[in-house]
Design a protein around this ligand. Structure first.
Ligand SMILES: C[S@@+](CC[C@H](N)C(=O)[O-])C[C@H]1O[C@@H](n2cnc3c(N)ncnc32)[C@H](O)[C@@H]1O
Length: 267
């Protein structure tokens, strides 16, 4: 729990009842949430109005509990593990009648495909993953087009993944063929220092693919150097004279054309 009780965003001890979280290596974690993860998220959360939060890695609900406690109007929690889901529901039961909460005990990719309503006015989406949530970020924007501002909170183990193990093909999601020659990464072991830029570029490409613009709000590597905490503000693209791609004279390029076909729209 690492110093959480010293922070401004106190979580009651009763929320921390078992089972404890298990990391990607299958071992129980000695920490479950840390101060930076909470502080950075909550500071940003409070800056923006109209709060409908989608928590895609809800777990036992520490972050969801804080969102509900601090002004959330509607909360959608998705958690695939049955044992954490049970605790999640108990932990959030005190908000019954105060905040509308929907619970989904399922894989978040399936939720995004089948259950996410395109009309839901989501203002905040939280990806508090173990490993990397890049797959979920992509899937979310394939299934949801924000009409107004949207804040994306990420817990991303990409540092951990680059250095030690990988729960997903990082080249496919983050490098997107950058630094790749003859099917091999040239310097994957040196990429740690570039993680911030790599993630930012990934978010930019996702944004541009869906006619959005994305802006980094914060980026911090956690004290254990296992993950980064970051937030991006997404806005619909402003079309016209201030269109962010066209005003610098660039042409709009179809992001993922079929092999051999480069589709260029005249600007
Ligand atoms: C870092 S923990 C989340 C902690 C939680 N945000 C909190 O504040 O208590 C990650 C959670 O995501 C869940 N999870 C992992 N992959 C998932 C998936 N594909 N779909 C839904 N939940 C998933 C895990 O079971 C775990 O509970």
């Amino acid at each position: 729990m690492l110093g959480l009780y010293a922070s401004r965003w106190k979580l009651p001890k009763r929320l921390f009842k078992g089972p404890s979280y298990v990391g990607l290596d299958g071992k129980s974690l000695s920490w479950e949430v840390d101060e930076d993860k909470v502080n950075l998220r909550m500071q940003t959360y409070l800056m923006f109005p109209r709060k409908t939060v989608l928590d895609l890695f809800a777990g036992k609900g520490y972050l969801s509990w804080l969102y509900a406690k601090h002004g959330c109007e509607k909360l959608i929690c998705v958690e695939k593990s049955e044992k954490y889901f049970k605790v999640l529901k108990e932990n959030l039961s005190e908000f019954e009648g105060k905040c509308e909460i929907e619970f989904y005990n399922m894989d978040n990719l399936e939720f995004l495909e089948k259950n996410l309503s395109r009309d839901e006015p989501i203002t905040h989406v939280d990806f508090d993953a173990y490993g990397s949530p890049a797959k979920q970020v992509k899937k979310f924007f394939e299934n949801y087009q924000p009409k107004s501002f949207l804040l994306c909170f990420l817990t991303d183990g990409l540092i951990y993944n680059f250095r030690r193990l990988s729960n997903l093909n990082l080249r496919e999601y983050y490098l997107q063929d950058f630094m790749v020659k003859h099917g091999k990464c040239r310097s994957i072991q040196h990429l740690g220092e570039y993680c911030q830029k790599i993630q930012e570029n990934f978010m930019n490409i996702v944004a541009m693919t869906h006619n959005l613009q994305s802006y980094p709000i914060y980026f911090k590597i956690n004290s254990r150097k296992t993950a980064s905490y970051s937030c991006y503000l997404f806005l619909p693209k402003i079309v016209g004279n201030v269109d962010f791609k066209r005003y610098v004279g660039l042409k709009t390029v179809e992001p993922f054309p079929e092999k051999g076909k480069m589709v260029v729209e005249d600007g």
